[in-house]
Design a protein around this ligand. Sequence first.
Ligand code: TXA
Ligand code: MG
Length: 346
Amino acid sequence: MITEFATLNPKCIDADVIAKAAEIIKNGGLVVFPTETVYGLGADATNASAAHKVYRAKGRPSDNPLIIHIASPADAERYTYTSDIYYLLANKFMPGPLTVILPSKDTIPLATRGGLDTVAVRCPENEIANALIAAAGVPICAPSANISGKPSPTSFEHVREDMDGRCDMIIDGGDCDFGLESTIVKISEDGSLVILRPGRITESDLLDAGFVVSVADAVTETLREGEVALSPGLKYKHYAPKSELVLIDGTLQDALEYISKNADDQTAVISYNEDLAAFESLSLDLYDFGSRDDLLTQAHRLFKILRDTDKKDYSRIYAPVPTSEGVGLALYNRMIRAAAHKIIKL
Ligand code: TXA
Ligand code: MG
């Protein structure tokens, strides 16, 4: 398949490019587009065969459901059974990086929702994403635009690596703002929320807005054998770097000592900006994760750093364990999974 490339400036969107991309979606094709979280691989969510194309292009099992992206929160009426809690969430957090699981109507084929009776709904705030969904006139189902098993793409370079030749069009809208996937919440019968995947909308953002909130165990743990995942994605083996990723929980001094004892010439270190100078004495490849307290920069850089290290032949990469407070929980969740829970406590 020949993939067409287009570049859009989110501040001044070329309507002709959006019209062309919307035509591709309406005709059952695949368009990669930017969102504020990560790039998405989009198709008409109401078209089962288009949804199947998405699973094939990603190499993703077809029982791992897709998020439907809508242009306005009220559009959910056509595709789902909404509730007061949904609208309370929508008024506060949409458009934005929040995905809500709702009971699905038949307007969304089973293929899109991986055979479930619920569907995940998100209204992105990225202007290009929003313009594309509005022009297509249908909800756009879009998983992260990576090949299954790779980190979600946060730049045009990443999507080109993974999706050139696998979709009809890629829209380059620059680097994604946040860099980790949206927060996913489920609404329980009593109206409380369960965070299934942490993201930029944090537990305390939801608490501050007056919701009753808990975090699913699977966010910080691996599933025990026989346990059923609340979110089908959680049961699949997630992204694993080519080299072993080991998280270090300790002071800079402890980390320096431990790494110098255990490193070989194939070792790399992901370090907070403030610590780079100290690690330089070890003569290892260093990756700047951003300032220690700057969780947004760390979120923005994580997937790029992991893709960059995958291009090298490292035997092992050391990285600090992020805080699990606030936005840190999203980083913590992605990093413990990439590290297959290898955490060295010093
Ligand atoms: O930020 C994002 O959410 C990005 C952008 C493109 O919007 N999309 C994204 O999609 O991360 P994906 O497919 O890579 O991750 C969606 C996750 C999967 O783990 C899937 O299992 C889960 O959402 N999911 C989808 N529908 C669900 C449902 N009905 N119930 C529970 N989990 C669901
Ligand atoms: Mg994904």
